[in-house]
Design a protein around this ligand. Structure first.
Ligand code: FE2
Ligand code: FE2
Length: 227
């Protein structure tokens, strides 16, 4: 069960979101820097959508953890001359794979079958703006990494009050690690140049907010709002 027994079912009442009694307010767990970083909060329409699709949420969450590990691994291969990047990305890849195992374990325990899902438009919608040559390309990849981590963290925090105790507890641990990953990506991005990257960050933050607030066809962890 994703939703606490006895909770209102969001599919039947447009504004039936109702927090479970046990839940810590998820938002309280978010670092202040992350609140300032993202241009918008997760729309309530996405939250409703997520609670109506608990199995897809878990499957796509597993996919996201696997993809996060894979992104970190590809950076490990490509930038062998950067010691801080190597140590941060190696640690991050291990943590993401551990999260992956934890989500798959939860899916098994809940009888959720792991099936292939198409990727959401989100990551590609950000990556299409990548510049082609380093260091600009790497800076963009790292900024996008920071955004994906920050949004994941914010979404976990959003969901926590509406989840059953077991999942809420797990997501609280994820809020902490994804919040740290967000900081690491941002630090690495800033390290690539002595120039300010604030304008580039602002550009991607704006694109990300467009993806999060605009209509989307399929529900995924990083979807926009239902079309
Ligand atoms: Fe993760
Ligand atoms: Fe992460």
């Amino acid at each position: 069960m994703l939703i606490q027994p006895g909770m209102s079912q969001p599919s039947t009442h447009a504004n039936a979101l109702q927090a479970a009694d046990h839940a810590v307010k998820g938002d309280d767990l978010l670092p202040e820097s992350l609140h300032r970083f993202l241009a918008c909060a997760t729309p309530e329409a996405w939250l409703q959508w997520a609670l109506e699709n608990p199995e897809t949420l878990l499957i796509d969450h597993a996919q996201c953890e696997k993809k996060a590990a894979s992104t970190a691994m590809s950076l490990l291969y490509r930038y062998v001359d950067q010691p801080l990047l190597l140590s941060k990305m190696s640690q991050l890849a291990r943590e993401e794979l551990l999260h992956f195992e934890q989500v798959v374990g939860l899916m098994e325990a809940r009888g959720v079958a792991y099936q292939h899902l198409t990727a959401s438009r989100y990551a590609e919608g950000l990556r299409r703006h990548l510049r082609s040559n380093d260091p600009e390309r790497l800076i963009d990849v790292l900024i996008i990494g920071a955004l994906i981590e920050a949004r994941s963290c914010e979404r976990f925090a959003c969901l926590i009050p509406y989840l059953d105790e077991e999942l809420a507890k797990f997501y609280r641990t994820l809020v902490k690690s994804e919040g740290r990953h967000f900081e690491d990506y941002l630090l690495l991005a800033r390290q690539q140049t002595s120039d300010s990257i604030d304008e580039r960050i602002a550009f991607f933050v704006a694109r990300e907010a467009e993806l999060i607030t605009s209509p989307d066809t399929a529900f995924r962890f990083h979807s926009g709002v239902p079309a």
